[in-house]
Design a protein around this ligand. Structure first.
Ligand code: DGL
Length: 305
């Protein structure tokens, strides 16, 4: 938990467990940092709230992390990035990195690779590559991905999947270590929901070259998503913004080497602190499963309503 004076402190926040998928990518890439993660579980889901509420929640979460010492903020939540990135940058005197631009860049890279592969097999090249984006209702409503993808010459079709975040937060996903029939039954409910969403999305965008997971909770469903796409006869390449976001953070830190932030060589073991605004026991139990390393000593924080 202790950090040396030269270790960069990075705040990471999401409404819940989803941002752990971004932290999981940050840990090996920016290994020498001290991370403070906040899961705003009491106010989750953000994805069904109004812009005003999302901005209020995001700014209070971000301010809390800055008060804890964060010198750089990673908004590991597509909904908060889509609706509140400008407000966060205005409210905080530290660099703020969102997940939408890195996600759109990852999608553009994947679609370009698929286009080249398609042309090599004699497929006619279309003028604008298409990507299917699954996200929360608020992210879809903001059209943030449509704009970010268009800036990169990519046409995005966005599909809202409002049931997926609650299912992930309840842990209703395949647990390869569990042999319980109840767990299998719960995971099969999620698989049925996914099948309905993916079927509708593929009908709306039949020419998509890739599927972008536009919510940081969805990578936790990646195996089920890939299996369902294969079953539906459309084994699209599935991408998320986590690794691209981690690369964006690494780039900022290397640019800031001369300043206080990032003066340490990022070679030591990363250290982490965790906060949640609701049940810390649940956060420790499910968080460890999602991060792939123990999530311990989670502290409860009250950020109000
Ligand atoms: N993980 C968040 C995202 O990336 C959304 C979860 C929520 O709806 O609160 O959009």
């Amino acid at each position: 938990m202790s950090k040396s004076a030269s270790t960069p402190t990075i705040g990471v926040f999401d409404s819940g467990f989803g941002g752990l998928t971004v932290l999981r990518e940050l840990l090996p890439l920016v290994a020498g940092a001290h991370y403070i993660y906040l899961g705003d579980t009491a106010r989750l889901p953000y994805g069904s709230k109004s812009r005003e509420t999302i901005v209020r929640y995001a700014v209070s979460s971000a301010r809390f992390l800055q008060q804890q010492g964060a010198e750089l903020l990673v908004v590991a939540c597509n909904t908060a990035t889509a609706l509140a990135l400008d407000d966060l940058r205005e409210a905080l005197p530290i660099p703020v990195v969102g997940v939408i631009e890195p996600g759109a860049e990852a999608a553009a890279g994947a679609c370009a690779a698929e286009q080249v592969a398609g042309q090599a097999q004699g497929e006619a090249s279309d003028s604008l590559s298409q990507v299917l984006v699954l996200a929360t209702q608020a992210t879809v409503g903001s059209l943030a991905y449509t704009r970010a993808c268009a800036a990169l010459g990519l046409r995005a079709t966005e599909k809202a999947c409002p049931l997926l975040v609650p299912l992930v937060e309840e842990g209703w996903i395949v647990d390869s270590e569990s042999e319980s029939a109840e767990d299998a039954a719960r995971a099969s409910v999620t698989a049925q929901v996914l099948r309905i969403y993916l079927n509708e999305a593929l009908h709306a965008a039949p020419h998509s070259r890739a599927l972008l997971l536009g919510c940081t909770h969805y990578p936790l469903l990646r195996p089920e998503i890939e299996r369902t796409l294969a079953e539906l006869g459309r084994p699209l390449r599935v991408i998320d913004s986590a690794r691209a976001t981690a690369r964006a953070v690494a780039k900022i830190l290397s640019l800031k080497q001369a300043a206080k932030l990032g003066t340490s060589a990022v070679s030591d073991e990363a250290t982490c602190e965790f906060f949640a605004t609701d049940s810390v026991q649940k956060f420790e139990r499910l968080g460890s499963r999602f991060l792939g390393r123990p999530v311990e000593g989670v502290r409860l924080v009250d950020l109000g309503g």
